[in-house]
Design a protein around this ligand. Structure first.
Ligand code: MLT
Length: 249
């Protein structure tokens, strides 16, 4: 691992070089958490597609019993889709062996914007230290990109980035330790420590999800290291590779 940099919204990508970098996409509430959960529960892979219309067209290319449409707009299930974006819906008996065509507001947008990176992995509190191990073994520069909320900063993604930076701090150069973005994220993590549910309940999107009856999603997404997997986005599909030491070349 060379350098680590944190972006609080994907729109900052335009000022940053993606070439040759490992990107960690963080969308705690809820895209990252849903992807990690479904893959841990045996789904074959996620195909992220921004527009719901194109997602429905993509699903037509699959045998009906081998594909599901999942995603949200304003936190609610998209009309005509099989699943919303609550990780609690992506149980083994529902997703095992299935490919998920996936459309969400911020998480999928961030994946789309980061696609020119060398490698993209999915981070959340659910798989935080598995991602930390992966980063520590990666030979190259790392970019942590928070999905945010419609182009704005989100507390929960920044705190998750802070916990990840903190887990890498012993291997970080002074320059990385002192970058304002890394430091801000880490100070945020230090403020809340492992009281993750408190962070999610304080966050704007967390309060919105509670207002539409999804408080149980906050509890689910606040579980630290519940899964030990690292989803990788490659060739248009997100799937899991059980913690193999990834060489950059
Ligand atoms: C997103 O990608 O915008 C979020 O995951 C939205 C949500 O699920 O509430």
């Amino acid at each position: 691992m060379n350098s680590v940099e944190t972006l609080f919204i994907p729109e900052e990508i335009k000022n940053t070089e993606l070439e040759g970098k490992l990107v960690v996409v963080i969308d705690v509430l809820r895209a990252s958490s849903t992807i990690v959960t479904a893959l841990a529960n045996g789904c074959r892979g996620f195909i992220p597609i921004l527009s719901p219309k194109q997602a429905k067209e993509k699903a037509q290319q699959f045998e009906k019993e081998r594909v599901l449409l999942g995603g949200e707009r304003e936190g609610k299930k998209i009309e005509g889709f099989d699943l919303g974006n609550s990780p609690r819906e992506y149980k083994g008996e529902v997703v095992k062996g299935k490919t998920i065509i996936f459309s969400t507001t911020n998480g999928v947008k961030t994946l789309e914007m980061a696609k020119n990176a060398h490698r993209i992995i999915i981070g959340s509190f659910l798989n935080l230290h598995a991602v930390g191990d992966y980063c520590a073994n990666y030979r190259g520069d790392i970019l942590i990109i928070c999905a945010g909320k419609e182009g704005k900063y989100s507390l929960e993604d920044a705190a998750c980035a802070g916990m990840l930076v903190d887990s890498l701090k012993n291997a970080l150069s002074d320059a990385c330790k002192e970058s304002d973005a890394n430091l801000t994220a880490q100070l945020l993590y230090e403020k809340f420590g492992n009281n993750i549910l408190k962070i999610l309940r304080k966050s704007q999107h967390g309060r919105y999800l509670e207002s539409i009856g999804l408080e149980k999603d906050l509890m689910f997404c606040s579980q630290l290291d519940f899964f030990h997997i690292v989803p990788i986005f490659r060739d248009g599909i997100i799937s899991i590779k059980k913690l193999n030491k990834e060489r950059k070349d």
